[in-house]
Design a binder for this molecule. Structure first.
Ligand SMILES: *Cc1c(COP(=O)(O)O)cnc(C)c1O
Length: 382
């Protein structure tokens, strides 16, 4: 094993004060989690009605500086419904990035729409506004208020940029390009709660934003997600669709379109409320870990990825950049077989059988990052 790899393994184990096994990312329950959970059981409000779920929605809307929030069962559902409320329909296309977690593209496919992949920026690892603009200049055609793809003849009904590991992509530029072309933006901020760009929170840039509170994210609801919007109409519609599209009535069951049962249960919201209170503590702890890593990796030939300019990072998952695929594989092998859990960035979406035939641009940056980026243990420490 390379000397730097052995040194890194020892260092990471020291950081967490454990010689045996260091997981990639664990949840931490430092606050009112048990108290709020017990409260849902004592009051019997564990399911889709309850005070915590309403409170959580209000707090997320406030935290993200958006008009309204709809809490749902997971981040994938938030994206799926978000795409539907901005008007994505069967047969449409949705522009996104191939360097993402599969949920982003699955949410598009659940709406019977097809993903189209544009490249990412090297520094942010999120959608490149230049790649987006080039793609639209080559293939986009405005017809009335809508944008069509000249190659496929299909409508481009939305754009889904993603903030990789909580690093903000150039979301302001992406939104501005999409505005010019009449394309709504669904911001996949699943990994980015607590990140911001020039003081503006992740999730508040697009027509709608989606968050995840899965067990591996910066805060968790066990499982959960949220859709936010600066336009209350979108969030209201999402809330209604995820509550079986039930028309309010004192006793009648009237559902006037195809809805879903995707509302976040109160028991999950109780956990989420307690976790949200801890968000800043978790973030500060992860920031300290990042600073320690920074000092250490400066003494090695492994490059720690840094936060892009102007943005504020939630430090969700810290990552390093290896020299090439061979080095990356050697690093993954050395760490994982010696009790330090590390993971490569995702395989690009067009390598998966479901998305092989999707249109895409050159993907030069995405392919470079696919071969070189590895996440290292990033949990908050007490
Ligand atoms: C986690 C994640 C999701 C989906 O969230 P779930 O709550 O797991 O459904 C979507 N997009 C990205 C980029 C994610 O990391």
């Amino acid at each position: 094993m390379k000397d730097t790899f052995a040194k890194s393994i020892d260092y990471i184990k020291d950081c967490f004060g454990r010689p045996d096994f260091i997981p990639l990312h664990i949840p931490n329950f430092w606050g009112n989690e048990k108290k709020y959970l017990a409260d849902t059981i004592e009051t019997t409000f564990v399911s889709s009605v309850g005070a915590y779920v309403n409170k959580f929605e209000e707090q997320i809307a406030t935290y993200t500086n958006t008009a309204k929030c709809a809490a749902v069962v997971n981040g994938t559902a938030a994206l799926q419904v978000g795409l539907r409320v901005v008007g994505v329909q069967a047969g449409d296309e949705v522009i996104t990035q191939a360097l993402t977690f599969v949920a982003t593209t699955n949410a598009i496919a659940y709406n019977f729409a097809k993903p189209v992949f544009v490249d990412v920026d090297l520094d942010t690892m999120g959608m490149s506004p230049i790649a987006l603009e080039n793609f639209l200049n080559e293939f986009g055609e405005k017809r009335g208020d809508a944008c069509y793809n000249k190659k496929s003849g299909k409508r481009i009904a939305a754009c889904v940029p993603m903030h990789t590991f909580g690093f903000m992509c150039r979301i302001h530029e992406i939104v501005s390009i999409c505005d010019d072309w009449g394309i709504p933006v669904v911001e996949d901020a699943a990994e980015a709660l607590g990140s911001s760009y020039k003081g503006k929170p992740a999730g508040s840039f697009g027509q709608v934003g989606a968050f995840s509170f899965n067990g591996n994210k910066i805060i968790t609801a066990g499982g959960g997600g949220a859709l936010v919007s600066v336009d209350p109409v979108f969030a209201e519609k999402a809330k209604y669709l995820t509550n079986t599209a039930k028309v309010p009535h004192k006793w009648e069951y009237v559902h006037d379109e195809l809805g879903y049962n995707l509302r976040m249960p109160n028991v999950n919201a109780a956990l989420a409320c307690a976790q949200l209170e801890e968000l800043e503590n978790l973030r500060q702890s992860k920031k300290r870990l990042y600073e320690e890593y920074k000092t250490f990796f400066a003494t090695t030939d492994i490059k720690l990825r840094e936060m892009p300019d102007n943005s504020d990072w939630n430090y969700w998952l810290i990552c390093v950049e290896l020299e090439n695929l061979e080095e990356r594989n050697a690093f993954l092998e050395a760490t994982n077989s010696n009790g330090v859990m590390t993971r490569p960035i995702w395989q690009l979406m067009y390598r998966l059988p479901m998305y092989q035939d999707c249109q895409r641009d050159a993907q030069t940056n995405a392919e470079y990052l696919e071969e070189t980026i590895v996440n290292i243990p990033s949990s908050a420490r007490k």
